[in-house]
Design a protein around this ligand. Structure first.
Ligand SMILES: NC(=O)c1ccc[n+]([C@@H]2O[C@H](COP(=O)([O-])OP(=O)(O)OC[C@H]3O[C@@H](n4cnc5c(N)ncnc54)[C@H](OP(=O)(O)O)[C@@H]3O)[C@@H](O)[C@H]2O)c1
Length: 287
């Protein structure tokens, strides 16, 4: 089998959108550096894809791992191209902000924002030299904020802003930057989210838990509804490949029901609040 000339680095390759992107990229003839955190995930990737995948130990919070990644890319790429970076590593989080600890918020930003930035910054010299592309996996939550998922939204809004900045700053170098904005996607993220939601609920003070009983049940209901309608991960992976291969890639690829998102963005704040509260079954208290 011929070794591919063009390679893409995918973070969060062990599962969900990252794993589906690895499959789609290899199917499209690319070689993939796959960022994973466990040996078992490295082995599974090599078993599935053979020499077209090079697993790399990568916790995006760790400078040491990122240094190792850069050395690995240098050794393995030699005259081959780094065609792209896909920042798919990420974590979700749902809780009223009242139940969100500073440590919870920091972890979200450390993985979803600083983590993506740390990896991007480290591989940028190589992407610039190879005129590669960057694809950041954001979310519909990076465009609109909803009750119960605001901390997660805050991290995705930050990722969107960094992506816009990178797109502008790298335009003259010919390095395209795109964001993917999925709605709900059928991945293991939802089981992880379920465990996290149970934890914050357990840890919330009793009085606050009582105050949040009905709205929290409604937030849970909205999330369960979204999960039931989730898009399969390969559909999102196709957008990742499109962003990496289109002659003129778009700044944003939305997999969120577009009409709803555009309608939400077009509303003024008061109108959007009213509609969101209605959708979430929350009633504002009259003074
Ligand atoms: N699923 C959805 O409904 C949905 C919707 C919109 C946006 N997204 C976004 O899509 C991205 C991928 O999510 P997913 O649905 O594919 O979730 P997933 O199946 O839970 O996959 C998350 C991936 O991120 C990795 N990861 C987590 N923390 C990491 C860290 N510190 N360093 C390196 N890797 C880390 C995980 O690795 P381990 O296996 O080692 O933990 C895993 O590979 C996320 O950014 C998420 O916000 C998902």
């Amino acid at each position: 089998m011929k070794t591919p000339k063009d390679w893409v680095l995918v973070t969060g390759a062990s599962s969900g959108i990252g794993a589906a992107s690895v499959d789609a990229l290899i199917g499209g003839g690319f070689g993939v550096f796959a960022g994973v955190r466990r040996d078992v995930d490295s082995k599974a990737l090599v078993t599935a894809h053979g020499p077209r995948v090079v697993p790399v130990r990568l916790d995006v919070r760790k400078d040491r791992d990122v240094l190792g990644l850069v050395a690995r890319l240098r050794r393995s790429l030699r005259a081959r191209r780094l065609h792209g970076l896909v920042n798919a590593a990420g974590i979700a989080f749902a809780a009223p902000l009242e139940w969100t600890s500073p440590a919870d918020l920091s972890l979200l930003f450390e993985v979803n924002v600083t983590g993506a930035f740390r990896v991007t910054r480290a591989v940028l010299p190589r992407l610039r030299a190879d005129r590669g592309r960057i694809v950041n996996v954001s979310s519909g939550a990076g465009q609109v904020t909803a009750p119960g998922t605001a901390a997660y939204s805050a991290s995705k809004f930050a990722l969107e802003s960094l992506s816009d900045g990178l797109r502008l700053e790298l335009a003259s170098a010919g390095v395209h930057v795109s964001v993917i904005e999925p709605g709900a996607v059928a991945t293991p993220l939802w089981e992880r989210l379920e465990a996290q939601m149970a934890r914050v609920e357990r840890e919330a003070p009793a009085a606050s838990r009582a105050a949040w009983k009905i709205p929290w049940a409604n937030v849970r209901g909205v999330l369960a509804e979204a999960r039931a309608l989730a898009t399969p991960a390969p559909a999102v992976a196709r957008l990742v490949v499109e962003a990496l291969t289109a002659e003129v890639p778009r700044a944003r690829y939305s997999a969120t029901p577009k009409a709803e998102l555009l309608a939400a963005l077009a509303m003024d704040d008061a109108e959007r609040d009213r509609q969101t509260l209605l959708d979430w079954g929350l009633t504002p208290r009259e003074s």
